[in-house]
Design a protein around this ligand. Structure first.
Ligand SMILES: [Zn+2]
Length: 81
């Protein structure tokens, strides 16, 4: 019985983490240090990039600059948190 409870808890935690990650991705964009353009990164780049709470190390799609780009929140119709 404990195994079933454990498996259910693990599933809930993983699903919750995925939902939060998805909401975090859809509700944020990044601003390039060099050219100042705001952009939404590719999901692959976003998930694999090194990051801090407010910055993420990625390549700018506008000028090609690699840097720690600042995170900004964008309004989203699904943004209910
Ligand atoms: Zn740039």
């Amino acid at each position: 019985m404990n195994k079933i409870i454990g498996a259910t808890m693990a599933t809930v935690i993983v699903a919750g983490a995925l939902i939060l990650t998805y909401l975090d991705y859809t509700g944020t964009e990044y601003v390039c240090d060099k050219c100042g353009q705001q952009y939404k990164p590719q999901p692959v780049q976003w998930t694999t990039g090194m990051h801090l709470p407010t910055r993420r190390h990625m390549k700018c799609p506008h000028c090609g600059n690699w840097g720690w780009h600042k995170r900004v929140r964008v309004p989203d119709e699904r943004d209910f948190i």
